[in-house]
Design a protein around this ligand. Structure first.
Ligand code: SIN
Length: 317
């Protein structure tokens, strides 16, 4: 099975549901890919940017066959983000699709969807100010084996706003000096959720938003530069929400380098900003992407369903 480029010169206008960041109202995609297996055309994949994300067309995620699944699996790992418009997944379909990749890694803090304890609800009501995931982060980095990826389905959307933005944390590495990356390769960082979900902290202190199990927090240590378990590519694995400090360094000692690193990732990465449509599915790889949910739709409801797929312990590059 391979990815074959459509003949050069094929130009596809980004559909109105998708925008590139940096104020570009729409952009042109100059190449598309069609996966083939044994000469058979499979789902259609188009890049969202040079680095991060592909849009998947001509597919019903409820009925894809094994060859299509393998193509999605590989592209998900390489591109970090798959966007699949026009789906009609019930919560059971959502779970069944996720389980084709791995077991579900249930988030212990999120309120589940009623009747579906393995599906986390990402909800903001019209009278709420705080949203979930409003800063750059990656999901579950505080776990010893962080979730491979998250599969989000749009259920109820505000009339405008509520986009989710993504970047690929492998992109920045090529713009850093070899010596600096070598230095980072020797480092590990602590990821914690005490300050986010813990008793009296962050979301617990916030009556605007409901999370659970504030006494079940934890932390984990991961390499700062990881080797992606599926692709073998290197990625920077620190994030704004959950990484607290470098292993063996104090928080204060870590702060200057840590903040510089986080800012460099944002400054040097291409970001893709997703404008949701009802039923649309976005699935991101937590080992090589960051995402943030824009909180610009006060007075309106936004409801999304998220299933997280189990991952493995991470190894250094
Ligand atoms: C999340 O951070 O998992 C939620 C993203 C979103 O609501 O767009």
């Amino acid at each position: 099975m391979g990815l074959e480029p459509v003949p050069h010169g094929t130009v596809t206008v980004v559909p109105p549901c998708l925008l590139l960041h940096a104020g570009e109202p729409a952009t042109l995609i100059t190449a598309a890919h069609i996966g083939t297996a044994d000469g058979r055309t499979l789902v259609r994949l188009e890049p969202l940017s040079d680095v991060v994300g592909s849009i998947v067309r001509d597919v019903d995620l409820r009925t894809i066959d094994e060859a299509e699944l393998q193509l999605l699996d590989r592209t998900w790992a390489e591109r970090g983000l798959l966007v699949v418009p026009g789906q009609e997944l019930s919560p059971d379909d959502h779970l069944a699709f996720a389980r084709r990749f791995a077991e579900v890694d249930v988030n212990r803090f999120f309120t589940p969807v009623p009747g579906h304890p393995e599906v986390a609800e990402v909800r903001k009501e019209p009278d709420q100010i705080t949203n979930i995931g409003g800063g750059w982060h990656t999901d579950h980095s505080y776990d010893p084996a962080p979730a491979r990826g998250s599969i989000l389905v749009a259920r109820e959307l505000p009339p405008e706003g509520g986009d989710t933005e993504f970047l690929h944390t492998g992109e920045v590495l090529s713009s850093l000096s070899d010596a600096f990356v070598d230095h980072l390769r020797g480092m590990r960082a602590v990821h914690s959720n005490h300050h986010v979900f813990g008793v009296g902290a962050g979301y617990d202190d916030n009556t605007d938003i409901q999370f659970n199990n504030h006494d079940q927090t934890g932390e984990a240590v991961h390499p700062v530069v990881l080797r992606h378990p599926d692709t073998g590519a290197e990625s920077l694995y620190v994030n704004t929400a959950f990484t607290t400090h470098f292993e063996g360094w104090t928080v204060a000692e870590s702060k200057p380098l840590f903040e510089q690193l986080l800012q460099t990732i944002v400054d040097r990465s291409t970001t893709v900003r997703l404008r949701w449509e009802p039923g649309m599915v976005a699935m991101w790889d937590n080992r090589n992407t960051w995402h943030k949910a824009h909180n610009d739709y006060h007075g309106h409801r936004r409801v999304m369903h998220r299933v997280t797929v189990a991952g493995v312990e991470l190894s250094a590059a």
